[in-house]
Design a protein around this ligand. Structure first.
Ligand SMILES: *[C@@H]1O[C@H](CO)[C@@H](O)[C@H](O)[C@H]1NC(C)=O
Ligand SMILES: *[C@@H]1O[C@H](CO)[C@@H](O)[C@H](O)[C@H]1NC(C)=O
Length: 503
């Protein structure tokens, strides 16, 4: 069956991509940080950052990965692109504290007026490299002075002993590269942009082409023209003749450092950025030991997967009042259940085996969770698996309870079955709330969870099922989409060329 093979292929790809430690490997352009690093590496940085909060099992997180890697390469040296694995025990309190309620959550962290008090905003845009890059660049503070013929002299007299750098450009907008350069040299070199239509300024500095960068080392020292390429790294190198750039974040406190392994990991994480931004050596050296400061410990959250904003802009599931009544089909006939989920051709189904009291809190909660999960995924695409309620009156309900060792008929039981492949997986959670149930459904979509053997006695051969056709048509089971991995839109141009153009 086409449906089955697509599901199996998808699952295999997903599992192959999942790194035991996290989604991003050690050679990734994405900075892997822990909750412990965040304060120093991100919150106390002069740089703007984007931080992804993810769980390795989450499908949308895996879908985002290629785009996020591309964004990280594109923003190298301009902004920090980081990721926190919220599945790791040590990070759970931090993820909760950051208000993470679904995966992936992307937050843009922009330096505030006071160091260490950044402005944090959720990124809600498209989960594609270009959208992410544009949104982050947009948030990079602009300390570049716009200078014209009229205020040139005045600007040159301001802090006359401090070095200045002037970019001559035919553009009005200030590129992210120049803004990042001004941040690297904040307090060391004042950076300005002058348009080439400012003829006096152009003449004063003998500028012949744009873009062109001129460095005034301070006071009346002679101006130095830059003749390298307009890449961030080269520009940093050129301005470094005045002074080394600021570190990209404060050095770690070398007090109670954790394990050696953590130290190494951490130092790599922050040195990667330093290298990318071509910051000077001390930033790297100072990152040698990890800070052992822990974040305030709060009740860890157990978030679910976030909806993809392109498909659905809802925040993690909120069940509206009117949806609290179940909207998945509840089957009372054995033949209906066999036709949908328990025949030798049927693939994965999610069954909610209901107690006699279908109005019980647990039953209502389980059914409405399944219904809301279904609704969220209902985009009408092709790879699907059904969600079905099994009424206590269904003769197969008691067989399922007994054969699968599910427990008593007084409770709700959720179970995933795949009769074609002969397995089942129990839901062992305590709560039937949407978040917990969705996590379980997601795990099944990814082929996770313990498989147990589905007894043959429960599987009907397809030809033998006798169903009145109208009845099945009325009770069409609800299906859920099984997503395929899509490559996200790639940025066409490498960042450096892009930036070159902007300058
Ligand atoms: C200092 O002022 C002099 C005179 O206006 C000017 O030529 C020089 O470029 C200024 N230097 C800096 C670094 O601003
Ligand atoms: C941030 O910028 C200030 C100047 O505004 C500078 O003194 C500092 O070294 C920079 N870096 C860090 C990590 O604060």
């Amino acid at each position: 069956m086409v449906r089955t093979s697509a599901l199996v292929a998808t699952t295999a790809t997903l599992l192959a991509n999942v790194h035991a430690a996290g989604l991003y490997g050690k050679n990734s352009a994405v900075l892997q940080i822990s909750g412990v690093d965040y304060d120093r590496v991100i919150a106390k940085s002069n740089y703007t950052s984007i931080v992804e909060f993810y769980a390795p099992w989450c499908g949308h997180c895996q879908n985002l990965k290629p785009a996020y890697e591309t964004a990280a390469k594109s923003l190298a040296g301009i902004a920090k692109v980081a990721a926190v694995n919220c599945d790791e025990e040590v990070n759970k309190p931090f993820c909760g504290q950051m208000g993470v309620q679904g995966f992936p959550t992307l937050k843009i962290v922009k330096p505030g007026k006071k160091l260490g008090k950044p402005v944090v905003e959720d990124y809600q845009g498209p989960r594609a490299a270009k959208g992410i890059v544009d949104a982050v660049k947009d948030k990079i503070p602009n300390n570049v002075k716009r200078v014209t013929d009229k205020n040139l002299d005045e600007w040159l007299q301001e802090k006359n002993e401090t070095a200045k750098a002037i970019l001559f450009s035919d553009k009005g907008a200030t590129s992210a590269t120049l803004r990042a350069l001004a941040i690297d040299f904040a307090g060391l070199v004042s950076v300005a942009q002058v348009r080439n239509k400012e003829t006096e300024a152009v003449k004063t500095f003998g500028v012949e082409k744009v873009p062109s960068l001129v460095l005034l080392p301070g006071g009346t020292k002679e101006a130095i023209k830059y003749d390298g390429d307009m890449k961030k790294e080269s520009l940093v190198g050129f301005l470094s003749q005045v002074a080394p750039p600021n570190p990209d974040c404060p050095p770690p406190k070398a007090k109670k450092s954790k394990t050696q392994k953590d130290d190494a990991k951490e130092s790599k994480a922050s040195s990667k950025f330093s290298k990318a931004s071509a910051s000077h050596k001390t930033a790297e050296a100072s990152s040698a030991a990890a800070s052992a400061q822990s974040e305030t410990v709060e009740e860890p959250l157990k978030p679910s997967e976030s909806p993809d904003p392109i498909v659905d802009t809802e925040k993690p599931i909120v069940i509206p009042e009117e949806e609290l009544k179940p909207t998945i089909p509840v089957l009372a006939e054995s033949s209906e259940l066999q036709a949908s989920c328990l025949n030798d051709k049927s693939t994965t189904c999610i069954l909610a085996i209901l107690p006699k009291d279908e109005a019980s809190e647990a039953a209502t909660s389980a059914l409405s969770s399944l219904a809301s999960i279904h609704k969220k995924h209902d985009t009408g695409r092709s790879h699907l698996f059904p969600f079905v309620g099994v009424s206590a009156a269904n003769p197969l309900a008691s067989s399922l309870l007994a054969e699968l060792n599910l427990g008593t008929a007084d409770e709700v039981h959720l179970v995933a079955v795949n009769a074609k492949r002969g397995w089942y997986k129990k839901y062992t959670g305590q709560s039937f709330g949407a978040v917990a149930v969705e996590q379980w459904v997601d795990a099944i979509r990814m082929g996770e969870g313990k498989k147990e053997q589905l007894p043959d006695s429960l599987i009907q051969s397809e030809e033998k099922i006798e169903v009145e056709p109208e009845k099945v048509a009325e009770q069409e089971p609800i299906k859920i989409e099984v997503e395929e991995i899509k490559e996200d839109e790639e940025l066409k141009e490498p960042e450096t060329h892009h930036e070159h153009g902007e300058l």
